[in-house]
Ligand binder design. Structure first.
Ligand code: BG6
Length: 505
């Protein structure tokens, strides 16, 4: 008889992480409170954490274990995806500890080591530890060095040490290399997990399924049939109190270097030989290496800053009026660029990327826009209301896929108009999609690397972006755009010189 516990084909079973502890630096920050702590609870609630699991928070606050426990509980109650269960919580709470200290204090790291060792024996975490750095990038080297000096980074045989680094991975190619040198001096490459949370989203993982598990799309997935691709990540919020991080970084470094270029890579890459992590990552790296920075930066890029005004019936501040932003700041909150991929599949099919804060609405999508048929069988009048065929991957919200094509309008005349065919996750599946961080944290604990970019991907992405941000940094003036709009005028011009226009999602 089949043993379901041993049968890898039994899809009802998800893998459960083995005994391990997670040490979270920057635990009082927004990311930890809103995403990481709730995701840990959601995993526990789904039965995917081992009983021998511990969570150690490390931060400056002068907190006791029970202060921290209250903080974790509050974060979970406000932000978790799954329902509250007192028994799941009490099991999790038994392994929660707090260590108070600065990132430059060796004594705090010595204390951390003591706490972690105690947990190993009390909770059975077996010397397996993951260090999650949700801290400002300037502190990465400090934390890593202290992990080494305190002995925390050393594993005995049969144990693991892993490190998780939140973006940004540097602020340009050089700083990314420097950061990596610091990290890899202490942790071997296969223990380093670089988080790009877009890769944890179900809809993003579905790009590969859509392309490679079907016969329908791949044969036409090239420049013979596809006119261009538009990748949009629009947000309706402003910088949400993150001035310290955002100013001087800007939209391109914040999300194009990572999230949008990852979406481009998954959309454009060649079929990997298998889903082996190395092959998947190599496919992405190959296409990123063939993606060229815009040749004409004046014509093929656009940037802007949101002005103050009204958005959705609410008065909102302009970027320069936000707390903590210098009134002379040149940082962009909107960025768009045209990228071309120099390979036989994509030569002649541009990829347009855009992102911005305080835009019309929150939407992330990949729109693959097809060429029009070569022969005009129908008269101009018949197709006057027909747009281009498009396949739109709706990453969020309203997750799903839409196909837009022409159909005859019922009636005596031959009139063809756009219609859509829709797949919505909410209708097709009964299961809710897990949050990106649930999937990513679980993969780190399991030691499964495919969803984490390697250093090579990070560097290739900076190679694409560096010339753009460098040129922008020399511009004294930055275009303003109205909140609730779809960005600066130059973004529309960038498309119209190519005879195209942005979609209104
Ligand atoms: C982060 C950026 O990586 O992604 C933020 O730093 C942005 O500026 C956020 O708001 C958006 O994430 P999501 O999952 O809400 O699209």
């Amino acid at each position: 008889m089949r043993n379901p516990l041993k049968d890898p084909l039994d899809r009802r079973l998800q893998k459960i992480a083995g005994p391990s502890g997670l040490i979270l630096f920057g635990v009082t920050g927004d990311l930890a409170r809103k995403k990481l702590l709730p995701a840990i609870y959601d995993l526990a609630n789904r039965g995917l954490l081992p009983p021998a699991f511990s969570l150690v928070g490390f931060a400056r606050r002068d907190w006791s274990n029970s202060d921290f426990e209250n903080f974790v509980r509050e974060s979970i109650r406000s932000n978790a995806r799954t329902h509250w269960s007192e028994s799941v919580w009490s099991q999790l709470a038994k392994g929660i500890r707090f260590v108070s200290g600065n990132h430059d204090n060796p004594l705090a790291f010595a204390e951390l080591r003591r706490v972690v060792q105690d947990l190993d024996s009390e909770r059975g975490t077996a010397g397996n530890h993951t260090f999650y750095l949700s801290v400002p990038p300037r502190d990465f080297p400090l934390v890593i060095t202290h992990l080494q000096d305190s002995g925390l980074a050393n594993a005995n045989s049969g144990q693991f040490r892993r490190v998780v680094i939140e973006k940004p991975f540097g602020s340009d190619l050089d700083s990314a290399k420097t950061l990596n040198a610091v990290v890899e001096r202490v942790f071997p490459p296969d223990s380093v997990f670089r988080i790009d949370h877009y890769l944890g989203k179900e809809t993003v993982q579905n790009i590969l399924a859509l392309r490679f598990a079907n016969q329908l799309f791949e044969p036409i997935w090239n420049s013979k049939f596809i006119d261009h691709v538009q990748i949009t990540m629009a947000e309706d919020i402003g910088i949400s109190g993150r001035a310290g991080y955002y100013d001087g970084i800007g939209a391109a470094r914040d999300v194009i270097q990572n999230h949008l270029l990852q979406l481009l890579a998954l959309t454009a890459m060649e079929r990997p030989e298998s889903f082996e992590p190395t092959q998947l990552r190599e496919s992405k790296e190959n296409v990123l290496a063939q993606t060229k920075p815009p040749t004409n930066l004046g014509l093929h890029t656009s940037r802007g800053q949101y002005a103050g005004g009204w958005q959705g019936g609410e008065k909102v501040l302009g970027y320069l009026e936000e707390e903590g932003i210098s009134p002379a700041s040149n940082t962009e909150t909107y960025a768009a660029l045209r990228l071309d991929i120099d390979n036989s599949r994509w030569r002649g099919t541009p990829f347009y990327l855009r992102t911005g804060k305080r835009l019309g609405r929150r939407v992330t999508e990949i729109a693959v826009v097809f060429k029009r048929p070569e022969h005009a069988l129908f008269g101009r009048q018949a197709v006057s209301q027909l747009g281009e065929n498009a396949l739109v991957i709706r990453v969020q919200p309203n997750e799903g896929v839409t196909i837009r094509f022409g159909s005859k309008v019922p009636g005596p005349a031959m009139q063809v108009r756009d219609v859509t065919m829709d797949f919505a996750y909410g209708h097709a599946f009964t299961e809710d999609s897990p949050e990106a961080y649930e999937r990513l944290i679980l993969d780190v604990l399991l030691g499964e690397p495919p969803l984490f970019p390697r250093q090579r991907e990070v560097e290739l992405s900076w190679e694409i972006l560096d010339p753009v941000v460098e040129a922008w940094s020399k511009q004294k003036v930055i275009e303003q755009y109205t909140p609730g709009s779809w960005g600066p005028d130059s973004a529309n011009q960038m498309m119209s010189i190519d005879g195209r226009s942005w979609r209104r999602p």
